[in-house]
Design a protein around this ligand. Structure first.
Ligand code: AMP
Length: 198
């Protein structure tokens, strides 16, 4: 299964990504986490990316695409598939992913768009700042990340809608509730040919 998880910062992508990965036995590739690792290890890529992550800006496409290309070439088994969390985030990234998939694993099966209210998301990010050691969970960067999402990433909904793979899922409620909705929306991807119930 070839999936992308789309949704604003704090929409629960990380939590849901891990669940989807475990449930379907597919690797979750989180560009946010990959970047964080590169930064912590002080690699050249990490050093180039750090100031963007800290300020809540997007890391330039070329850096992200190098990193993703390496990951795809190195260890993705197309027969198993993958879930991208937090990638793509811009048009050039989405187009580059399509090009990479065209010569490797084939097109995406579904793009799950977690739909959540902006105030709810800011609230979650504030709470998370106390729980996790993130570089970018201050109030100011949280707002910046929301704005960047609205400007750069939200337009991808249309891109994937036109490709016929967008599946919008209500992201409100408990992680269990959201996970159930995601499974329901993936039913025809996991069991192609079976009629959808309800
Ligand atoms: P995330 O954990 O997905 O919210 O990502 C944390 C931060 O990493 C973002 O605010 C960006 O600075 C950077 N980042 C993660 N994924 C991408 C991407 N696909 N393109 C550009 N920057 C990214």
């Amino acid at each position: 299964m070839r999936l992308v998880l789309l949704g604003p910062p704090g929409s629960g992508k990380g939590t849901q990504g891990v669940r989807i990965g475990a449930r379907h036995g597919i690797p979750v590739i989180s560009t946010g986490q990959l970047l964080h690792q590169q930064i912590t290890h002080g690699t050249p890529l990490g050093r180039r990316a750090e100031r963007y992550v800290r300020s809540g800006e997007l890391v330039p496409d070329e850096i992200v695409l190098d990193m993703v290309g390496e990951r795809l070439e190195g260890s993705v088994d197309c027969a198993v598939g993958f879930l991208f969390d937090g990638f793509p985030r811009t048009y050039p990234q989405a187009e580059a992913l399509d090009r990479m998939l065209a010569v490797t694993c084939g097109p995406l099966d579904a793009v799950i768009d977690l739909d959540v209210d902006v105030d709810e998301v800011l609230d979650r990010i504030r709470r998370r700042a106390h729980l996790e050691d993130r570089l970018d969970d201050t109030e100011q960067t949280a707002r910046r990340r929301m704005k960047v999402f609205a400007e750069e990433t939200a337009p991808l909904r249309r891109y994937y809608e036109q490709a016929g793979v967008l599946r919008t899922v209500d992201g409100a409620g408990s992680p269990d509730e959201v996970a159930e909705r995601i499974e329901a929306t993936l039913a025809d991807v996991t069991h192609p040919g079976l009629p959808l119930l309800g």
